[in-house]
Design a protein around this ligand. Structure first.
Ligand code: NAD
Length: 476
């Protein structure tokens, strides 16, 4: 069983079907040990202090802030990619489509996947990348290379923490798929490590770059919604078929989280965009979350209908919840509702809503109601507000790649910031904040809906307004 408050026992590190997972505390030691920092050393001490204090208030500052810290300017960005499964295999096409970006190394213990990725690099006209496919630890050798500026991580969630940390300790900026990590002490440790190494650690939250999200963001910042009051975001995506498909994910890692952790496993897609509307970490901050969950019946029911007797999944017991609903309150008193449901039938929705004193936007499908234009109690057409599109969407009306183009725009903008030496649109504080509901929703549900404090990862910097995803188009 997952536990954010205690060192997992060996049993807890083994899934019901015998699949092992890495203990955060063991890997924290291993990462440190590889670099001569044992558990009793600086990193171990920092991690312990944070684990003890993270639920109350921000711990003592350990490093200079990474808010507003620009990248070093570089004409070409050299990328190392770790994890080339479904996501990595899609994202490599976009890295290769970007100007002045080179993929110099790829890593996946499934050699065929690493080789497929390497072939794509060559086909794109770049030199053959180095391949790291020896074992689960070979990513450490990729991180040690001297010719990489940015490490991209798209692996199962248990690896995110140690891979981000290893990349930073080896001098690389790192971008990771969601969630950033699974435990509160890991989130704090990545904040500390980013500050100490002066490397950015970023959650690659593609939904922040969706066309509707960016348009609403600009409208909110221009005051069209009045004073902001509430918003909602979700990851409501029926993944039952994929999670039980033996050939889709590399092993059952994603389904197994439903046997370990109660609550919202994937808050970032909802929290990121709505947090941006409300300037979370840039003038406001998320202070608490309370979560409730429904019973967990969906996966067992799906298994009954679709999985043959003897399938390893029959050994699994799923814990709540099929639908987790969390309410986040901000320092300014605003409310953000987050939902997570990947185990029942429903059409895809990230909800994506925003309400203020002048009206409301709701997505899926997009519709809007804003005074003084709307006064007749009828939704209006969001297309009428196309003039508010972000400059990225005005310049790239038909971006390549999946998810309606937001993956490409996110990477385009990130690589642009690295090439021009700009401050990234999002940083380690955003990554930790957007991920905090993972451990905290688990704790809240276990405590029968008791509110949990969201730590101030910025250590006070949130009070200062600063740009984020609502960027100005760079002049150069
Ligand atoms: N932002 C999005 O829209 C989006 C979409 C899909 C997936 N994701 C995220 O991407 C990540 C990967 O998901 P996926 O669907 O590709 O899963 P997957 O199982 O298809 O791929 C994971 C890959 O990581 C590799 N891997 C495992 N251990 C490794 C190690 N130690 N070193 C290097 N590689 C290792 C596996 O062999 C596999 O190829 C997850 O975090 C997921 O949440 C994000």
């Amino acid at each position: 069983m997952y536990d954010d408050t205690a060192t997992p026992t060996p049993d807890e590190n083994t899934g019901p079907d015998g699949v092992t997972r890495r203990s955060a505390l063991r890997t924290a030691g291993a990462v440190g040990a590889g670099l001569g920092l044992g558990a009793g050393g600086a990193l171990g001490a920092a991690g312990t202090a944070h684990a003890a204090s993270s639920r109350d208030e921000a711990p003592r500052r350990r490093g200079k802030t990474m808010a507003n810290v620009p990248f070093e300017r570089r004409s070409t960005v050299r990328v190392g990619m770790i994890g080339l499964g479904n996501r990595g295999d899609g994202m490599i096409d976009l890295f290769l489509a970007l100007p002045n970006v080179k993929v110099v190394a790829v890593c996946d213990p499934v050699r065929a996947k690493a080789e497929k990725a390497a072939a794509k690099v060559v086909k794109a006209g770049q030199p053959a990348p180095a391949i790291y496919a020896k074992n689960e630890d070979d990513y450490k050798n990729l991180c040690k290379r001297g010719d990489i500026d940015f490490v991209y991580v798209a692996t199962p969630w248990d690896f995110h923490y140690e891979m981000c940390k290893t990349a930073m300790l080896n001098g690389k900026h790192v971008g990771v798929e969601c969630p950033l990590a699974m435990r509160m002490e890991e989130l704090w440790d990545l904040v500390d490590t980013s500050e100490r190494t002066r490397r950015h650690c970023m959650q690659l939250e593609n939904c922040c770059y969706g066309r509707n999200e960016m348009r609403v963001l600009r409208m909110a910042h221009a005051g069209l919604f009045g004073d902001l009051l509430h918003g909602a975001g979700a990851y409501n995506h029926d993944l039952r078929g994929l999670m039980f498909d033996p050939d889709y994910y590399e092993g059952p890692w994603r389904r197994l989280w439903h046997t370990r952790l109660r609550g919202d496993l994937y808050p970032n897609h909802g929290f990121g965009p709505v947090g941006n509307y409300m300037d979370v970490n840039r003038g406001d901050r998320a202070v608490s979350v309370v979560s409730v969950g429904s019973p967990a019946l969906g996966l067992a029911e799906y298994r009954k209908k679709h999985m043959p007797p003897g399938d390893p999944s029959w050994k699994e017991s799923y814990i709540e919840s099929d639908r987790t609903i969390s309410l986040v309150q901000t320092a300014k008193g605003r409310v953000i509702r987050l939902e997570h449901d990947v185990s029942t039938p429903h059409p895809y929705s990230r909800i994506n809503s925003l309400g203020g004193t002048l009206g409301l936007f709701e997505d899926y499908p997009p519709r809007i109601y804003l005074e003084p234009t709307n006064t007749n109690d009828q939704w209006d057409d969001f297309k009428k507000y196309a003039e508010w599109d972000h400059w990225l969407w005005k310049e790239h009306s038909n971006p390549p790649g999946g998810h309606g183009g937001m993956d490409y725009l996110m990477l385009f903008r990130l690589m642009q910031c690295m090439q021009l030496g700009l401050v990234p649109d999002f940083d380690v504080y955003d990554a930790a904040t957007w991920t905090a509901p993972v451990p905290l929703s688990h704790l809240s549900i276990r405590a029968k809906g008791a509110p949990q404090q969201i730590p101030d990862f910025t250590r006070g910097e949130w009070k200062k307004a600063r740009p984020g995803v609502d960027s100005e188009k760079p002049k150069a």
